[in-house]
Design a binder for this molecule. Structure first.
Ligand code: BES
Ligand code: ZN
Ligand code: ZN
Length: 482
């Protein structure tokens, strides 16, 4: 479904409206009677109600009240996104196809956040529903009447929303239909209308590159592995060394011979969320023509079982020659990421950011409301990224990278052990990955926030695409820095 947000400069006809104001008395007096304003004032002050709807027979008028002084700026933005999502629900219930937003607040980004929540909350995954036509949301267009919001910002919002929707579609696609090959081909389709160059390495090329981590995980599969390289390098790029995004692309994670218990396996089609987010972020960056050189590296396979599959005790050789003692076939993500992190070295990157649904331990530590992050050699970039996290409400919690944790990865029979001990699993996983880096690096474990089994406001049901807005905004800040 197409969805479009656009700027308008006058009110034509009698469109359905959302009117955003700080208090009832500041609402346009040609839209409401004195009695209605009195009613709104009473409901607002006594019942603390902020959202209202009026049926005008030929159109709907929704009122959103918002206190510009309440909470911190980040909390205010988030409550507006949630309000936008609730409005999307009401608009669809009333079968509205289009809505116009009137901003009675001057010089404020409030409408931007409202539209963001509205657009992201309008997402649906109906591909496999026979009654999709009846269920399909009617809302396809949002018009914004605002002197303050610049066209460029609206364009960027459209691209980011499109990217989030595409990433969610990929995550929501079942594990058996989205193979490593179809994931790579979907990425090709995603970027074909952009300046992004794409190269998909097949099994033969992966073997030639000696990507032993990716090949080891893929041994248990009938489907070949893929390794996709996406590159956006505009002529006006501000960076000489590229920014690289690496995304874990395990299209389904059964756990392998260390088979997952059924409850934990049921959502494992989402184990390629990092890949979807990395690809979709690059798409949004390219569509918005941000002047920054960025690549995405996406190793992809499923993690299944056959007679050739990896077993504990095996020794695997990563593409840089490092030998790894396998302790648990369910810790497959770090093996395929190791090869991608090694491959990133050849680009002499300014910074590599990997996104991976890597450990249950990350979720156990902080839940699904944020991602666990660790970094190395990039204090300033990490601070910028953390700030972006607060701005877009895709928050990061920084965990330590002390050397003590690396001690836990010492192996008696190989260069490194695949796992640490019983505790601190998110950190020892990061320490394992660190072994394959020699550049500034940020690791984001998105196991918690990337998928929700119940509707979670504008983040939706199923794949959330956590990370697209974070990394788009980060790339935007970097491209404005110099
Ligand atoms: N894909 C999982 C991690 C995961 C768990 C993602 C829950 C999303 C939700 C990963 O491959 C995995 O199985 N990790 C193991 C590692 C362990 C064997 C050291 C885990 O976290 O249990
Ligand atoms: Zn696993
Ligand atoms: Zn996994």
């Amino acid at each position: 479904m197409k969805f479009n947000i656009k700027k308008v400069y006058s009110l034509e006809g009698m469109p359905s409206l959302i009117v955003l104001a700080d208090k009832p008395e500041n609402l346009p007096d040609d839209l409401f009677t004195v009695e209605e304003i009195e009613y709104l004032t009473h409901q607002h002050t006594v019942q603390k109600k902020k959202q209202f709807e009026f049926n005008r027979l030929n159109r709907w008028i929704f009122v959103q009240l918002f206190n510009p002084e309440e909470h911190t700026p980040y909390k205010r933005a988030e409550s507006l996104r949630k309000a936008g999502c609730a409005l999307a629900l009401s608009l669809n219930e009333q079968k509205c196809e289009s809505v116009t937003i009137i901003d009675c607040l001057t010089a404020s980004l409030a409408t931007f956040y409202l539209m963001e929540g509205l657009a992201l909350g309008n997402y649906q995954f109906l591909k496999y529903q026979t009654n999709a036509v009846e269920k399909q949301h009617t809302l396809v267009e949002v018009n914004i009447l605002s002197a303050f919001l610049k066209q460029e910002l609206i364009d960027q919002l459209n691209y980011v929303v499109e990217a989030v929707w595409m990433a969610r579609d990929l995550v929501n696609e079942p594990g058996s239909t989205l193979t490593a090959t179809t994931l790579a081909e979907s990425l090709r389709l995603m970027v074909h209308s952009t300046e992004i160059k794409i190269e998909i390495f097949n099994q033969k090329k992966i073997e030639a590159l000696k990507m032993g981590g990716l090949l080891a995980v893929n041994r248990g599969s009938d489907e070949p592995a893929t390794f996709t390289v996406l590159e956006y390098n505009p002529s006006n790029a501000i960076n000489k060394q590229p920014l690289i995004l690496v995304g874990k692309g395990v299209v389904f994670d059964t756990g392998g011979y260390n088979l997952k218990p059924s409850g934990s396996m049921s959502t494992m089609k989402s184990d390629m969320a990092g890949a979807a987010v990395a690809g979709a972020t690059l798409y949004a960056i390219a569509k918005a023509h941000l002047p920054i050189h960025v690549l995405a590296l996406i190793p992809a396979t499923d993690n299944r079982i056959n007679s050739k599959a990896l077993v504990p005790g095996d020794i695997v050789t990563i593409s840089d020659g490092t030998t790894v003692e396998i302790k648990n076939t369910d810790a497959e993500g770090r093996l395929i990421l190791a090869d991608a992190l090694v491959y990133a070295k050849k680009f002499n990157p300014m910074l590599v950011v990997d996104l991976a649904t890597l450990t249950g331990s990350a979720t156990a530590a902080i839940g699904n409301i944020a991602a666990v992050a660790m970094h190395n050699g990039c204090e300033n970039h990490f601070e910028t990224l953390t700030d972006c996290g607060f701005k877009v409400h895709e928050r990061l919690v920084s965990f330590p990278m002390w050397d003590d944790y690396a001690e836990m990865l010492k192996s008696d029979i190989a260069d490194i052990k695949q796992l640490g001990g019983k505790h601190a699993g998110a950190i020892t996983a990061a320490k394992f990955l660190e072994h394959f880096t020699d550049y500034p690096w940020i690791h984001i474990d998105i196991a918690g926030p990337s998928f929700s089994e119940k509707q979670d406001s504008y983040r939706g049901l199923g794949g959330s695409a956590f990370g697209v807005r974070l990394l788009f905004n980060f790339a935007k800040e970097l491209s404005e820095e110099d």
